[in-house]
Ligand binder design. Structure first.
Ligand code: K1U
Ligand code: ZN
Length: 159
């Protein structure tokens, strides 16, 4: 059984920090593998569609994006979880869309946030392979929400 980790809550100092990049020697390491496994178990246990390492008290630039249809976004695509290391949003569409967000670190609060409709992201896989991938709609919203966590920003700061 995978480890489920405690989730940092709004007010915890770690959520305000700019997370550190994963270093070259950490790619392919057992600890990085163990980290994402525990992050995924924690996300699933909380029924989340994404998670960022600072939310489990690890100030590193690692996120998971796992869109699925839900009450707010019934047409969202069901995707296999994408593990992103050192993600960078290379470009954002000028077109923004308002949509409801929640956050595992801000319990019992939802809010509408404007996000770019489409983004191009560069990230590394757990093994260090560089990928460039386009996201739109709800998956793009999750990526932007999770990258914000890496920069110490919560969705409530964007309302
Ligand atoms: O990073 C997190 O705190 C996880 C967060 C991701 C997220 C949800 C909605 C929009 C952007 C990012 C959650 O998974 S909150 C729980 C949830 O599944 C959800 C909440 C509102 C709308 C849709 C889903
Ligand atoms: Zn969040």
């Amino acid at each position: 059984m995978d480890t489920v980790l405690p989730v940092a809550q709004r007010g915890d100092a770690i959520l305000d920090l700019i997370a550190a990049p994963v270093a070259a020697q950490e790619f392919g390491s057992p600890w990085l593998q163990a980290l994402v496994q525990a992050m995924q178990a924690t996300m699933l246990e909380r029924s989340g569609v994404g998670i960022a390492a600072p939310q489990v008290y690890v100030s590193k630039r690692v996120i998971i994006v796992a869109s699925r249809p839900n009450l707010r976004y019934p047409d969202a695509p069901e995707m296999d979880a994408v593990f992103m290391v050192n993600p960078v949003i290379l470009s954002m569409s000028e077109q923004t869309v308002w949509g409801e967000e929640g956050c595992l670190s801000v319990p019992n609060e939802r809010g509408r946030v404007a996000r770019a409709q489409e983004i191009l992201v560069r990230y590394s896989t757990l093994e260090g392979q560089q990928i460039e991938q386009q996201f739109s709609g709800f998956p793009a919203r999750i990526v932007q929400h999770e990258v914000d966590h890496l920069d110490g920003i919560l969705f409530v700061d964007r309302r």
